[in-house]
Design a protein around this ligand. Structure first.
Ligand SMILES: [Zn+2]
Length: 280
């Protein structure tokens, strides 16, 4: 699976997040506006000096930005076993990712059923063999992540865990099935499946990374907060989005496997090496 974002996406997200116009960045870097525009739409590859100037102007890491510009980043897209947990991915037509995480007993949770069209497949996976679902978790309140929640909830009759700020699309659910958390996040444990809500606001006000520790490692479902070598946009506050990337996800144990809402699976260690939004 290819990366979700290219060099052009990263510099556009950093520029708009910082509130800079193309002309501002041009003045800061000496790069003509037309060349910046071409870079943002992928039609011009930057020179090494331009990458350095852009990284400085946009508060991004130059080596990581350079690797992205040169398409030199390799991502594992896995693993699918973390400690004694297994992870199964189902992708919607958008495409966005829904995941099912399963403990040894078969206890499982579903993260981000983003479309009614995948509900049958997800429900049958989560209930076959020894598997039995105990919760639906939502990383954030955008349709490509919560569009199938109501239908799946009616199929499985399990609670829906979501940040109180991101329930806007879930008005068709009975409020008695909602398990809301605010800041700081909550801890949950059902049978042999344990997880907690790591608040990672910025993409939306209630963006949440759902963390499942297991045997000293862990699986983290980060929605659109972080992508492999990139990040979702920070429309609900770029500064706090950066804080979520650098101080929340970036400080999880390095072996933590990250399962984003779009693009390949990665790890905290890999992102510390090649994500331009993190710091050295
Ligand atoms: Zn998304």
């Amino acid at each position: 699976m290819g990366l979700e974002d290219e060099f052009g996406d990263v510099i556009r997200k950093a520029r708009t997040g910082t509130g800079l116009e193309m002309a501002d960045v041009s003045a800061m870097t000496g790069i003509p506006e037309r060349d910046l525009r071409s870079m943002e739409v992928y039609t011009r590859r930057p020179t090494p000096d331009e990458v350095t100037a852009l990284a400085h102007a946009l508060d991004l890491r130059a080596p990581a930005l350079s690797a992205l510009a040169n398409e030199a980043i390799e991502v594992a897209d896995g693993p699918w076993t973390v400690g004694d947990l297994t992870v199964h991915r189902v992708t919607t037509g958008y495409p966005s990712h829904c995941y099912v995480i399963v403990a040894p007993s078969g206890t499982c949770a579903i993260i981000d059923p983003g479309d009614d069209a995948i509900v049958d497949e997800v429900a049958s996976y989560a209930t076959s063999g020894r598997r039995h679902p105990v919760a639906i978790l939502v990383t954030h309140g955008h349709h490509d992540h919560d569009g199938g929640v109501a239908r799946l909830q009616r199929r499985l009759s399990v609670p829906v865990h979501v940040h109180e700020a991101d329930t806007g699309n879930l008005t068709n659910l009975d409020t008695s099935v909602l398990r809301l958390h605010g800041d700081p996040g909550r801890r949950y444990g059902i049978e042999d499946l344990e997880w907690h809500a790591l608040p990672t606001p910025g993409h939306t006000a209630g963006s949440t990374t759902w963390v499942f520790p297991s045997a000293g490692v862990g699986a983290a479902f980060c929605g659109d907060t972080m992508f492999a070598a990139s990040a979702g946009n920070g429309r609900a506050g770029y500064t706090r989005h950066l804080t979520s990337l650098r101080e929340a996800i970036g400080t999880l144990p390095p072996a933590t496997v990250l399962y984003p809402g779009h693009g390949p699976a990665t790890s905290v260690a890999a992102e510390r090496r090649h994500n331009p939004f993190l710091r050295d």
